[in-house]
Design a protein around this ligand. Structure first.
Ligand code: C6P
Length: 416
């Protein structure tokens, strides 16, 4: 058995764990929670929880409407959070930061607005085989509506994108290239800047699904050279119900609004309207005010820890996890080696169904996810119906990896 290494990355994990009240929880008497499901949603630190609490206790009001004190405070906090997020991903302007409910809604916004206005019959959209359903289904719906064609960058046996195939697909002159930064199943970190540069040469628009990257590594949308970048607050220590679409201003300016209603208008007449300026053009109706402000607090928290340190910590944890999982006879982990992946390990375990694996682990307080993880075509690619998945974040320890491995030996005993 490998001995547990000490962390080389400088992250004070015990101190970080103290910031997350839920991690003190026992799932039953004497059985502490081992939370290995942060790719589904992360836990929330006290500063985020307190920010939500303070909003409702002290300045709950609708934004951009009232001229009273509370409305002013709520509006200021909502817009301050937008600017924090802008700086976090290095967008040029806060106008380029559109609040959405989550990554899914951000991608649908692009499909409904940019897609409907720019994609026509026989136009090509390039996606990849490793996409989450959120970055597949909206394009399937658009392609069906417009008669457009979907093409896919294949995934290699090692769980990486086949970039030679990308070169061939770019010869089809796609209008859009849309792909995930980090796979939620394989953990693969895709070379975003390289793909975006190639796509730009043929003037394709580039959308990146950042659901599994923004929480875990420094992201600079300008350096990456992307047009759209989508992510979710709940996976980055923030509340549920809030997400972000980053879009290049020139593109967003040219796009029609996708939803109609309050806030997204400058002037309404009985038979027509004039849309509001950015970013409000895409924020119809009363938004998730508390959640946006809470996301601002999550950004402050992640910055105070340092994204570079979080990434280094996850690299250590995943390297250790891959090494330990390999020791367990019958376990097969999918995806590339630790250097090329984020903190995600999806695996199968001989003939045992992943749901049984997850259930046995759950009895010991170990939370992993089992299923297709909203990536059915990727599971088809590997001839799988489901996998079990452990995913790690800043608060996880190598001791928790050891518990996972102990749990898997229990599974082996039970199911032979
Ligand atoms: N993946 C998982 O357990 P939403 O639900 O909109 O916040 O995020 C959707 C999404 C989009 N892209 C990627 C790469 C994702 O991983 C997710 C969410 C979760 O893997 C829930 S299915």
């Amino acid at each position: 058995m490998t001995t547990t290494p000490s962390y080389k990355n400088g992250l004070d994990v015990p101190r970080i764990r103290a910031d997350f009240p839920i991690l003190k929880r026992e799932v039953k008497p004497g059985v502490p929670l081992v939370y290995l499901d942060s790719a589904a949603t992360s836990q929330k630190p006290t500063p985020v929880i307190e920010t939500l609490d303070r909003y409702y206790r002290e300045y709950n009001a609708n934004i951009h409407r009232g001229i009273h004190k509370l409305a002013e405070e709520a509006t200021a906090a909502y817009e301050e959070a937008r600017d924090k997020i802008r700086r976090f991903v290095n967008a040029k302007s806060a106008r380029e930061i559109i609040y959405t409910r989550n990554t899914t809604e951000a991608i649908n916004l692009v499909a409904l607005s940019w897609g409907r206005a720019n994609i026509g019959k026989d136009d090509v959209i390039v996606l990849t085989e490793m996409e989450h359903h959120s970055n597949l289904v909206p394009w399937q719906m658009l392609a069906a509506e417009k008669g457009a064609r979907l093409e896919f960058i294949p995934v290699t046996d090692g769980g990486e994108l086949d970039l030679a195939a990308l070169d061939r697909l770019l010869e089809l002159k796609p209008k859009l290239v849309s792909f995930t930064h980090v796979s939620n199943v394989l953990g693969t970190i895709n070379p975003v800047a390289e793909i975006a540069a190639k796509a730009r040469q043929i003037s394709a628009v580039v959308l990146v699904d950042g659901a599994q990257s923004v929480p875990h590594m420094p992201v600079d949308v300008q350096a990456l050279g992307v047009d759209f970048y989508a992510f979710s607050g709940h996976k980055m220590c923030g509340p549920t119900g809030i997400g972000v679409l980053y879009g290049r201003q020139a593109l967003l300016e040219a796009m029609p609004p996708h939803y109609g209603g309050g806030d997204m208008i400058k002037r309404v007449y009985l038979r027509e309207f004039k849309p509001n300026e950015l970013p409000y053009k895409f924020e119809a109706g009363t938004p998730a005010i508390a959640e946006a402000i809470g996301l601002g607090a999550a950004v402050d928290y992640l910055k105070s820890v340092s994204l570079a340190a979080i990434q280094a910590h996850e690299k250590e944890i995943i390297a250790y996890a891959l090494e330990r999982l390999e020791e367990v006879p019958g376990v097969k982990v999918y995806g590339p080696p630790a250097e090329k992946r984020g903190g995600v390990a999806a695996f199968t375990f001989d003939g045992t169904h992943p749901h049984d694996v997850a259930q046995v682990l759950d009895a010991d307080g170990i939370a992993v996810r089992a299923g297709h993880h909203c990536a059915m075509p990727l599971h088809d690619r590997f001839d799988l119906v489901a996998t079990a998945r452990a995913s790690f974040y800043l608060y996880n320890t190598t001791g928790e990896v050891d518990k996972l491995v102990e749990g898997l030996y229990k599974v082996k005993k039970l199911f032979g």
